[in-house]
Design a protein. Structure first.
Lengths: 133, 73
């Protein structure tokens, strides 16, 4: 078991989907999010060559929307996340470098009557590395 | 309130033991005798990938990158 904090930078060009299924792409709108997350990482088999792990915790997502056509907006959202991953190489807690593949699902608190608060629910898939010391 | 005070007191006691252990004033055996062990493995890491959000706004091109630090216990 380990405790972890992380900071992520998420960048999106986004399109808006209406109720009738049509979508409009706004190339000039960009969403930049700084995701601060803290959680617990449970790795049941830390000595195996390929090691699955489960992670979950709380997050704060600070987003800035920028556009040429509209004033920029900043929105802060709290939420939680859960995820699962695989780690390979560098086995055991005494190993050094290791490769990681991870999927995370994000769930943010929905603000009632806050039209500008777009939910950041979604998922991410990433590859990376860890260095233990 | 009492519950939080109790937790705070436990945390402070752990911190004092950890400091004593790290500064060499308390041997590993003594620390073990006091039901205290402090042998974390720390790590740093980085990752990059894609992200997709739900709700009324869906992303067309999105990426995520970040760094992480952690410590086992």
């Amino acid at each position: 078991m380990s405790g972890e904090v992380s900071i992520d930078f998420q960048v999106h060009d986004f399109e808006i989907e209406f109720d009738d299924g049509t979508t409009v792409y706004f190339p000039e709108i960009e969403r930049e999010t700084v995701a601060l997350q803290a959680g617990l990482d449970f790795m049941p088999f830390p000595e195996q060559p390929v090691r699955p792990d489960l992670i979950g915790g709380l997050g704060y997502y600070y987003s800035r929307y920028t556009s040429d056509a509209f004033p920029s907006e900043k929105v802060g959202e709290t939420g939680y996340f859960t995820g699962l991953g695989l780690e390979a190489f560098g086995g055991g807690w005494d190993g050094h470098g290791s490769l990681t593949v991870e999927a995370r699902w994000l769930f943010t608190r929905k603000e009632r009557f806050a039209q500008e608060s777009i939910r950041a629910d979604g998922y991410s898939v990433s590859v990376g590395f860890r260095v233990k010391f | 309130m009492l519950k939080y005070m109790r937790r705070l007191r436990c945390n402070l006691a752990s911190l004092v033991l950890a400091f004593a252990f790290l500064s060499g004033t308390l041997s590993a055996e003594e620390a073990e005798d006091r039901s205290f062990s402090f042998n974390p493995v720390s790590y740093v890491g980085a990752r990059a990938g894609f992200i997709e959000l739900e709700d009324v706004a869906t992303t067309r091109a999105a990426s995520t990158s970040g760094s992480r630090v952690g410590s086992s216990f």
